[in-house]
Ligand binder design. Structure first.
Ligand SMILES: [Mn+2]
Length: 300
């Protein structure tokens, strides 16, 4: 007899399969092609940093977003889900990290949330890069509820212009170049002009103290990796200078923080379990609230 969790997993994995037109479905309300992703006049979205496949912390968070912010339909995720496609072993599919991705998809399905991923260095670029090269103009649907956004993709939610710019230099190890944004990527991404919100995995050098402390406490990282990281961060600076976002979100450093210069704000999102992993972005005002802040509370 099949054990209960085995049966459950079979169900989850079965729902995960995408066929033909399902794979081509856009993250729009009708599923048709288009870069306005607004669902039912969305007024706010969740923005979240590194989840690192920690299901025990992530699944309660997903349920909390749905419970405390019922009008939110979208999680903008800034990378390092640790997304990796299923491995085929004979006729079976094996999902790494204790089935984190199928389980996450099931939680998102149950809570009626979709997740738009700005990939990090710990998402699988050996799969993402060829897909993005083939179709740089469109999101790649990874599961029924999860789409990955090509580097440089622009889209709209609730009347706001977003630019997704995924990837970053790994600090702990050399994982090749596919994860790293290039000068060409910056040029192409900037060509469309200014945006309201930049979504990046790699941080710009915005002066957030916690980010600078994380980089200064660098004994575990080699000088080579730190140099590559510095040049990658300066590319994000150039992108910010050119697209002039009112709000620039990033992840990757596993610390939270925020800095404002004039009317421009940079927000660093922490790793799951840290303070400030997830925030709520109100689209009309571009105000950023802590999770759990009542939706009308600061409307004065
Ligand atoms: Mn990262």
């Amino acid at each position: 007899m099949m054990p209960e969790d085995g049966a459950g997993r079979q169900h989850v994995v079965g729902r995960l399969r995408l066929h033909g037109d399902e794979r081509r479905r856009w993250p729009t309300e009708t599923g048709r092609e288009g870069l306005d992703f607004t669902i039912n006049d969305e007024s706010s979205v969740a923005v979240s940093g590194d989840w690192e496949s920690h299901g025990d912390l992530v699944f309660p968070l997903v349920r909390r977003i749905a419970r405390e912010h019922p009008s939110v339909h979208t999680v903008l995720h800034l990378g390092d889900l640790r997304w990796v496609p299923a491995l085929r072993v004979g006729k079976r599919r094996l999902h790494l990290y204790d089935g984190f991705i199928p389980k996450l998809d099931e939680e998102l399905h149950r809570t009626r949330l979709r997740l738009l991923l700005t990939p990090g260095n710990h998402d699988d670029w050996s799969s993402l890069q060829p897909a993005f090269l083939a179709h740089p103009e469109r999101p790649r649907r990874l599961t029924p509820q999860i789409w990955a956004l090509p580097r440089g993709l622009r889209f709209h939610i609730g009347g706001r212009a977003f630019l997704s710019f995924g990837g970053a230099v790994s600090l702990d190890a050399d994982r090749g170049t596919a994860e790293v944004p290039t000068d060409d990527d910056v040029r192409r991404a900037a060509a469309g002009g200014s945006v309201d919100v930049l979504l990046a995995h790699e941080p710009p050098n915005s002066g957030i103290a916690a980010v600078e402390r994380a980089l200064d406490a660098n004994q575990r990282w080699s000088a080579d990796r730190l140099d590559l990281s510095a040049s990658s961060r300066s590319r994000i600076d150039r992108l910010v200078d050119q697209v002039r976002p009112r709000l620039a979100f990033h992840a990757h450093m596993h610390v939270g923080g925020r800095v404002s210069v004039g009317d421009r704000t940079t927000v660093a999102l922490s790793v799951i379990g840290g303070h400030g992993n997830t925030v709520i972005l109100r689209l009309a005002s571009l105000e950023v609230d802590a999770l759990g802040t009542a939706e009308n509370e600061s409307d004065s």
